[in-house]
Design a protein around this ligand. Structure first.
Ligand code: LMR
Length: 344
C-alpha cells in the first residue's frame, strides 16, 4: 500500500527526528511540515474520459486552486493504483484518502442496503435517481458508512447499464448459459441467476482480457465504461436494455477528513459540490457520445429493443425487487420504488 506522505513529521526522516534533540526537532520538522500540502490520493478504476474520471479531475483542479496550494490531489485512474476491492481496503487503512466506488461495491463493506440501487428498472429517469440521493434516503445511506471509518460526501451520476455478449441478446432467454461478469453485489449476482446466466464477479480491470480469451461471454455496464475499457472490441452484440443504474458515492477516510483544519475542509467541500454539479451535468452526454462512437466503430451490433421486447426484459427482472427483501431492507425498497416511479 502506498502511504500518504502527509503524516505527522512528514518531511522529517525518522533519523532526523532522532538525531535532533527534543523541542528543536519538533520546531525544525514542524516548519517543514507546515509548508507541505495536504495530499489527497484519489483512486478509481475507470478512464479519465468517463463521467467519474472527469469529475475527479474537476475536483482536483478546484481543490488545488481554491486552497491556494494547501492541498494536492493525486488522481489515479484506470485501476493504476488499486482494483475494485483493494481500493476500499486501502481507504479504510488510510493508504488513500478519497474514492468514488460504484454504489454496488459499497455493500461488501457491510451496508447491503446500498444494493437497493442495483434493483433492475427502479429509476425511470436520472432525475428520479437524483431526487433520492439528494434527499433523506440518500443521506441516511451515507451515514451508515460512519461506523466503518468512512464518510460519504456526495453522489455522482453515471447512467444506465446495457448488456453486451458474443451472441445477440434480444430476449432475456438469450442470456441463458452465458458466463456474465457483474460487480460484487448479491443483487447483481441474483439478477443474472434469474436470467439463467452463469455469474462471474470480477474487477473491472480484468473484464476486457476475460472477454477476449473467452473466460467470459458477456457483461453489463454503461457505454462510457464499455468504451473506455474497450469491452466493445471483445464483444459482438450490445442491447440497449437500460435495465439498471450505475452511480457512485464519493467517500473519504473519516479520520483523515476529521483531522483536516475545518477551514480547509470547507474549501474541499465547496470544491466537491461544484465537481458534483459538473459530474451530474455531463454524465448523460458522455454516455451518449460513447455509445455513438461504439456504434460508429462497427465492432458491435447495437440492438434497441422494441416496446414488446423491453416488456419481456422487465417481466424477467422486476421480480428481483421483491426477492431482494431477503437482503435489503423492505421499507427501503418500497421507498425507492415510490421515489423511482414515473410521476402519475
Ligand atoms: C464496474 O466495476 O463495472 C464499475 O463499478 C466501474 C466504475 O467505477 O464505474
Amino acid at each position: 500500500m502506498h502511504p500518504n506522505p502527509e503524516t505527522p513529521f512528514a518531511g522529517c526522516s525518522r533519523r532526523a527526528v532522532l538525531r535532533t534533540a527534543g523541542a528543536a526537532a519538533a520546531i525544525a520538522c514542524g516548519a517543514t511540515h507546515a509548508q507541505r500540502p495536504v495530499v489527497i490520493q484519489f483512486s478509481h478504476v475507470v478512464g479519465e474520459g468517463t463521467p467519474k474520471g472527469q469529475a475527479a479531475l474537476r475536483f482536483k483542479e478546484l481543490a488545488e486552486s481554491r486552497s491556494g496550494g494547501r492541498v494536492r490531489v493525486e488522481v489515479y485512474s484506470d485501476s493504476s493504483l488499486y482494483k475494485d476491492r483493494e481500493e476500499l481496503e486501502a481507504l479504510r487503512l488510510g493508504a488513500v484518502q478519497m474514492l468514488a466506488p460504484s454504489l454496488s461495491k459499497l455493500s461488501a463493506l457491510g451496508v447491503p442496503d446500498f444494493e437497493v440501487f442495483d434493483l433492475p428498472f427502479l429509476f425511470h429517469d436520472q432525475n428520479a435517481f437524483r431526487a433520492v440521493t439528494g434527499g433523506e434516503l440518500g443521506a441516511g445511506l451515507l451515514r451508515a458508512l460512519d461506523p466503518l471509518g468512512l464518510q460519504g460526501l456526495a453522489y455522482w451520476d453515471n447512467g444506465y447499464k446495457v448488456f453486451t455478449a458474443n451472441r445477440p441478446l434480444r430476449f432475456p432467454a438469450d442470456l441463458r448459459g452465458l458466463k456474465v461478469r457483474v460487480q460484487a453485489s448479491r443483487t447483481l449476482v441474483e439478477q443474472m441467476r434469474m436470467l439463467g446466466a452463469e455469474v462471474s464477479v470480477s474487477p473491472l480491470a480484468n473484464v476486457h482480457d476475460a472477454l477476449r480469451s473467452g473466460r467470459l461471454d458477456g457483461q453489463e455496464n454503461v457505454p462510457s465504461n464499455i468504451e473506455s475499457q474497450r469491452l466493445h472490441e471483445a464483444q459482438k452484440h450490445l442491447t440497449l436494455t437500460r435495465h439498471g443504474y450505475l452511480a457512485y458515492a464519493v467517500i473519504v477516510n473519516r479520520s483523515f477528513w476529521s483531522r483536516l483544519p475545518s477551514q480547509l475542509r470547507d474549501v474541499l467541500q465547496a470544491a466537491l459540490r461544484e465537481a458534483t454539479v459538473h459530474a451530474n451535468r455531463i454524465a448523460a452526454q458522455v454516455n451518449a457520445s460513447a455509445l455513438e462512437r461504439i456504434q460508429a466503430s462497427g465492432q458491435v451490433q447495437v440492438h434497441t429493443p422494441s416496446a414488446a421486447e423491453l416488456a419481456q426484459w422487465q417481466r424477467a427482472m422486476v421480480p428481483l425487487q421483491a426477492a431482494a427483501q431477503a437482503w435489503i431492507s423492505p421499507a427501503l425498497i418500497e421507498a425507492m420504488r415510490r421515489a423511482g416511479a414515473p410521476p402519475s
